[in-house]
Design a protein around this ligand. Structure first.
Ligand code: ARG
Length: 398
């Protein structure tokens, strides 16, 4: 049996109750770890709440830059969108959080890690599979999956134990947020026929009044600048999110296949990630050779599945990372993004010193570099097989 547990702590109702529940029901000491991946919030207050709930230790880790550089970058380079749509917001943060849980477990001599996920979601899979990949010796404990408390009962439990929670006007929604976007579930959204009410949105409330253009600079597939201004990636993502979000662009409303076999209705706001993914793949169109581009596109859905399914730390994901990284060698250049009302964001231009677009080959102007005479023989051989087949049709039995 575990004696000391590192708990992934968000400061919300469930993980606050989990602190006390773990102590009371399993007799462990709890080290609460809040990992900042860009979800926002007052981390000093979160730390104090963990201590008030009974944690022996409460740690805040600022992992924003690391999350951007080590988790978002590989996914962006892989154009990773689950089921062709969802940019893997929560799925990307879990392995980053687990990395820090494991590090804190080592530092504080813990023998288990714990999380506040339910049994119906993907996040439990990501937390536990990632933990087993990084630290197979650590136990994993999932109190929320075990205790079977309703929300009302959790609130009552918190009150009974004087756990300071801030359930103000209780929101019916379940929210997860980080630099790469925001996820919204539950409440009225559980009816897939119902349109998401405007109140669920925070990052994509339209406030802009004029169109705007942004030039995103990329270096080997990594966004490095806005309008020529170099920015650390976490800040750059934040800025693109704010600008694009202010046009009301970047919303997704989808029915999604969870790893645990459930179809669920998910609403996402991902203005920054969707805009950067769009810009990145546009620059790839300009800079990747055709076969590489097509093969990469074939592997991308597989990559997204692996991340979604909690297999960030896995041999296939590592091997695909090597392929993707190599493919990005020349994905360097600039993309012009235009945002306009109502709710539009689009690529209107792209350029690259190392791009494969050759004006003198592509132009229809007279003085080009294309050898027109080569086309004739090429086309004849290209169609030779079909021509032969067609000529024999009359002679052959079906
Ligand atoms: N369906 C999304 C995913 O699996 C969002 C999960 C949101 N997580 C949460 N704890 N609210 O990645």
């Amino acid at each position: 049996m575990a004696k000391r547990v590192v708990l992934a702590y968000s400061g919300g109702l469930d993980t606050s109750v989990a602190v006390r529940w773990l102590m009371e029901e399993t007799g462990v000491e709890v080290v609460a770890v809040a990992v900042d991946v860009g979800q926002g919030g007052d981390f000093e207050a979160i730390r104090n709440r963990a201590l008030a709930a009974g944690a022996v230790e409460a740690v805040v880790v600022d992992a924003r830059r690391e999350f951007a550089e080590d988790f978002v970058v590989p996914a962006l380079r892989a154009n990773a969108k689950y089921e062709g749509k969802y940019p893997l917001v929560s799925a990307l943060s879990r392995p980053c959080i687990v990395k820090h849980l494991v590090a804190q477990a080592r530092e504080h001599g813990a023998d288990a890690v714990s999380h506040g996920c339910t049994g119906k979601g993907n996040d439990q899979v990501r937390f536990e599979v990632s933990t087993r990949a990084l630290a197979p010796d650590l136990e994993t404990i999932a109190p929320v999956r075990t205790w079977g408390l309703t929300r009302e009962q959790s609130i009552e439990y918190a009150e009974r134990h004087n756990i300071p929670i801030t359930v103000t006007k209780s929101s019916p929604y379940s929210i997860d947020q980080n630099l790469w976007g925001r996820t919204i579930e539950c409440g009225i959204l559980e009816d897939p026929w119902e349109q998401p009410p405007e109140e669920v949105y925070e990052l994509t409330t339209p406030t802009a009044t004029e169109p705007i253009e942004m030039v995103i600079g990329f270096d080997q597939g990594v966004p490095v600048s806005i309008d020529g201004r170099s920015l650390p990636l976490d800040e750059l993502i934040g800025e693109v999110t704010r600008v694009v979000g202010s046009y009301g662009w970047g919303r997704l409303d989808m029915i999604e296949n969870r790893r645990v076999g459930i179809k669920s209705r998910e609403v996402y706001e991902c203005p920054g990630s969707l805009a950067l993914l769009m810009a990145h793949s546009d620059l790839e169109d300009l800079t990747l050779e055709r076969d590489l581009s097509h093969e990469k596109a074939r592997l991308e859905p597989r990559y997204a599945d692996l991340v979604y399914d909690g297999l960030w730390f896995s041999p296939l994901k590592e091997a695909l990372d090597a392929f993707v990284e190599r493919s990005q060698q020349f994905v360097t250049g600039e993309v012009r993004l235009r945002c306009e009302l109502p709710g539009r964001c689009l690529v209107v231009g792209r350029r690259s010193e190392v791009g494969l677009y050759d004006y003198s080959l592509a132009t229809y102007e007279a003085a080009d570099a294309f050898r027109h005479q080569d086309a004739e023989g090429f086309v004849r051989l290209w169609g030779l097989g079909v021509e032969t087949w067609a000529a024999r049709q009359s002679r052959r039995r079906p």
